[in-house]
Design a protein around this ligand. Sequence first.
Ligand code: TLP
Length: 345
Amino acid sequence: MEFIDLRSDTVTQPTAAMRQAMAEAPVGDDVYGEDPTVNRLQELAAQRMGKEAALFVASGTMGNLAGILSHCQRGDEAIVGNKAHTFLFEAGGISVLGGVHSCQLPNQPDGSLKIEEIEAAIRQDDPHDPITRLICLENTHNRCGGTYQAPGYVQKVVAFAHARGLFVHLDGARIFNAAAAQQVDVKELTGPVDSVTFCLSKGLCAPVGSVLCGSQEFIHKALRLRKMLGGGMRQAGILAAAGIVALETMTARLVEDHARARNLADGLKRIPGIILDPGIPATNMVFIELTPAVKSSPQEVADKLKQDGILVGVVGPRHFRLVLHYWIDDPGVEKTITAFRHALK
Ligand code: TLP
């Protein structure tokens, strides 16, 4: 059975154009800095993000980890959202591997952090305290429902941070979704921050990889950390080639996924037993909850959906996450709505 896989946009397969580019890519040893395709991807990524330099990394997790450890020393503190991917889903890497303490502030419904709360969290120069060094943002915000923050907010946080000698790292795993949803150039969201990680292997469909971007000096530090983390890859141009196709051809179409997310949400909210999370979908994610009237568990509902060829993510005691991407078309959306109606009958 061919599944309609809504568990994540990480499940996306490379396109035919990517496979062809991968087959034909000129490659070299990237640890020697000699892979022309990796170098091209890095130049292109830096340019798109409005940064001096970029580093191709194996994953979003590696990009965030190398990024945060490039800014922070052991005993430094990073201010993160309590629903941030870096805090919830990266195995505590910044603490385990970097000795970086995290200070968690409540994420607002749009994924932002309140500037007043950041201000209150900044440590005094006191030997009892870790040293506040970094503020981490996430845009779009995964666990806040694929919500986005606006350029004005990013500028405010960065101006606030820089006035206090702090750095700002952006987990921009889906930054092109945030830009597409607001119809702004991605640089408006990335230009102000000190560093950004974005993923090639989510809605942009490349099979592997993310890119960490920042100043020359910052990327020079991150290069050593990437090596330390075992992420110095050799003929990685095979992978970077798909990343170039992703950057050049797959960003503008993300609005199609957002439109389908809205259609899916619209169909699902009419089904008795389903509540749509408020304000959602802002981009390509649909979060829904089962009403108390539904006696089946979300896993039982997910199992029934699977029998109808639909895969969804169970993300809480009553919650599902459904993520739209390149490989889900309009009939796929309709089929999903029908399967939910069937599963909840
Ligand atoms: N997110 C995955 C899961 O880990 C939850 C998903 O299916 O959405 N930042 C953000 C905002 C992410 O959503 C993810 C992956 C990452 C970083 C990590 O990227 P990878 O998986 O490439 O390490």
